[in-house]
Ligand binder design. Structure first.
Ligand code: TRP
Length: 328
């Protein structure tokens, strides 16, 4: 069985786009492989969160992923900072990571531009920490979005370099590919994918009142004027969301209304909001229950750390000995 691993940044809440994207993939990873999921809280220090925010964000992300179905009995779910073997491997890998190659990564250059007052060494070595995350479990596969491809390539490079300098030890991690295409969930602002930005995203944790308001304010147009005219993008977007939360009959009903120029966007949005709510409400309740269940969270985190450290300490022991650390 292959070992797959994914890191989750503790920022923001899950939205519908995440649910039908990353989360779906995670559930498949969990069911088909030996899987590790961790919350990358060390990585988030590169942007200097306050101590309160750091903890709150970690807890929030953990509760949301548990609520959508990550199962601590099946997968190893842990918090990066609970596994001291990771920063130790990071230190060791840093000795063979070169400033020049780190400075050339696009994510570093982007950060230099976006946070010029905080260009810290952690940002520069972000790919090394990420490589340590992956290599510490000798993972075969890592699911990566477009923005993380270069970081995975760096991890592969560091693994190869280690293998060449010392001995063939690390597997070269591959991108995890999910056979079928994922449905793309559009945002509410007329164009493009659903994201975190204000007014575009529907979050699983959104209160019914907020969610209804967001949907009612979704961008539309003046409406079709000719029968069977092609569906305009903002409206197609609402239909696309409907496709994943409503019944096929409901969707067809509104498409027919559009085609015959009888559609009332207010009705469409009301129906859409209710159908989203029937979908998100149970998840929201689970998120709240889990968030309030300190005992459960503490048990999950402890169990995750134990399982992760068991695997990590084995790797680190090997690596230390390969590099030449010997006990007296
Ligand atoms: N850099 C990833 C992101 O921004 C998070 C991450 C940290 C990660 N370590 C990882 C992802 C290891 C995969 C494997 O989304």
């Amino acid at each position: 069985m292959e070992t797959v691993l994914s890191g989750i940044r503790p920022t923001g809440n899950l939205h519908l786009g995440n649910y039908f994207g990353a989360v779906k993939n995670f559930l498949r990873m969990q069911n088909e492989n030996k899987s590790f999921f961790f919350i990358a809280d060390y990585h988030s220090l590169t942007t200097h969160p306050t101590p309160q925010d750091l903890h709150k964000n970690v807890k929030n992300v953990l509760a949301e992923y548990l609520a959508v179905g990550l199962d601590p009995e099946i997968a190893t779910i842990y918090i990066q900072s609970d596994v001291p073997e990771i920063p130790e491997l990071y230190l060791l890998l840093n000795m063979n990571a070169y400033i020049g190659e780190l400075e050339r990564t696009t994510s570093f250059k982007d950060k230099v531009r976006s946070q010029p007052d905080n260009v810290n060494a952690g940002l520069l070595t972000y790919p090394v920490l990420m490589a340590a995350d992956i290599l510490i479990h000798n993972a075969d596969k890592v699911p990566v979005g477009k923005d993380q491809e270069q970081n995975l390539e760096m991890a592969r490079k560091f693994a190869r370099r280690f293998n060449q300098m010392y001995t063939e030890y690390f597997k070269i991690p591959q991108a995890y590919n999910f056979g079928e295409e994922l449905v793309k969930i559009p945002g509410l602002d007329g164009t493009g994918k659903m994201g975190k930005s204000e007014g575009n995203g529907i979050f699983l944790i959104d209160e019914p009142k907020v969610l209804r308001q967001k949907v009612m304010r979704a961008v539309t147009d003046a409406g079709p004027t000719e029968k069977d005219s092609p569906i305009a993008e903002p409206i197609q977007n609402l239909f696309d969301i409907m496709k994943v939360v409503s019944t096929p009959d409901t969707l067809q009903f509104f498409i027919d209304k559009y085609k015959s120029c009888e559609i009332r966007y207010g009705d469409l949005k009301k129906q859409l909001a209710e159908d989203i709510l029937s979908f998100t409400n149970p998840i929201r309740e689970r998120i709240i229950d889990i968030t309030n269940n300190e005992q459960y969270l503490s048990k999950v985190v402890k169990m995750g750390a134990e399982k992760a450290r068991e695997s990590a300490s084995k790797t680190l022991k090997d690596v230390r000995s390969i590099i030449g650390f010997k006990s007296f």
